[in-house]
Ligand binder design. Sequence first.
Ligand SMILES: C[S@@+](CC[C@H](N)C(=O)[O-])C[C@H]1O[C@@H](n2cnc3c(N)ncnc32)[C@H](O)[C@@H]1O
Ligand code: SF4
Length: 387
Amino acid sequence: MLNNLRSVQFGLTDLCNFKCIMCPQTDFEGLYGSIEEKGMKVHEGNTGFMELELFNRILEDCRKNNFHLGIVSLIWLGESMLHPQFREFFFNSIIFGEETGLLSSVVFNTNGSLLDEKLSEDILGFYTEHNKKIGSTITFSIDAATDETLKQIKRIDNPGEVFKNIENFLREYAKVYKKFTMPMVVLLQMIVLEENHHEAELFKKRWSEILIELGIPYDIGYSAYGECDGDNPVRIVFKRASCKNQEKMNELHTETMIKIGLIEVSEKLFDLNEQTEVEKEIVRHPCVAPFETAIINWNGDVTPCCGDTSLELNIGNVSESSFPQLINEKKINDLRIAMLKGELEKYPKCFHCGNAVLPSISIERLENLCKKSGLEEEFKLYLERIK
Ligand SMILES: C[S@@+](CC[C@H](N)C(=O)[O-])C[C@H]1O[C@@H](n2cnc3c(N)ncnc32)[C@H](O)[C@@H]1O
Ligand code: SF4
């Protein structure tokens, strides 16, 4: 039985108070795709909030089955701080991790608009008491250095106190972060877009000045990955946008990173060009998602892929089978087998996705996961196929 995943995302809600131009949430037409293309049509009239009881039940089912959730993320498609019980979701996951060891860290992204002083205090106060075993990462999706660009990107007249809220959080954070055994990593993020790339330098400067004033060690990166630990717990990060014209976005990201001195002109950052020409590819490799990740929509529907906004790959609902069971049932195993055989025609979402072009999982790890899923024979077929 497969009893550990690398990450599980809980979509506390698929609603949002913002309409960021590049986000699956938005109906903004253009480079970033229409709402149909982004798969959010299916959520229309079917939006909501995850019940805390459902969340607790899923955790309990994992406890009973000794099922390891890896990194637990408290977001998917919406703004989780809209959930009136957001605190409880965060607190309960950390306590569950401390008690059971069945998760490694708790992470969430937020647009920062609802993070008032009280919520900042509650989150940091709680973590000050509970930081021995479970790590945490908070990503602030800021995407602008000025009010004007913030309004343009978030597409609302009054983006509220986003800058003030995040600055206030950092002020409180500065007072406590040194006491943390497991770091609470904070990412101050800008997704590089046509509408904001001219502000990248200013973004860097604005947040650097604040962090220096507060005495918080930080680094600056062109991706969220890589070292970011207790010594350097904050990162100003410039993320690449996913969009219809991926090649264009990759170029814009690279050019911007060169301009602000984060990469050398000669350095090759990401070469996803092959990934955008999926249909030409002959050898398909298993994507990590059906083997290692799961996303639970607010209503209990489960999909293996965070890009599956339309729940095309839905493997069932946690009200029908427990979550650990769903991860081991036929529906998900059929997708794993299709991945191993490289026969993805029945799964258009995967067929057209670049993730199955480059191997995203080591052979040793895949072998191990296949053993646990009873797919030893199919794994052998994969080895034959890629010889
Ligand atoms: C869908 S949002 C939900 C969480 C929350 N509302 C927020 O803004 O952080 C999750 C993350 O996806 C990022 N995101 C949105 N559109 C994106 C795109 N086209 N490419 C890459 N990341 C994107 C957001 O900036 C955010 O960090
Ligand atoms: S705030 Fe987050 S979920 Fe809402 S539209 Fe922006 S990126 Fe999307």
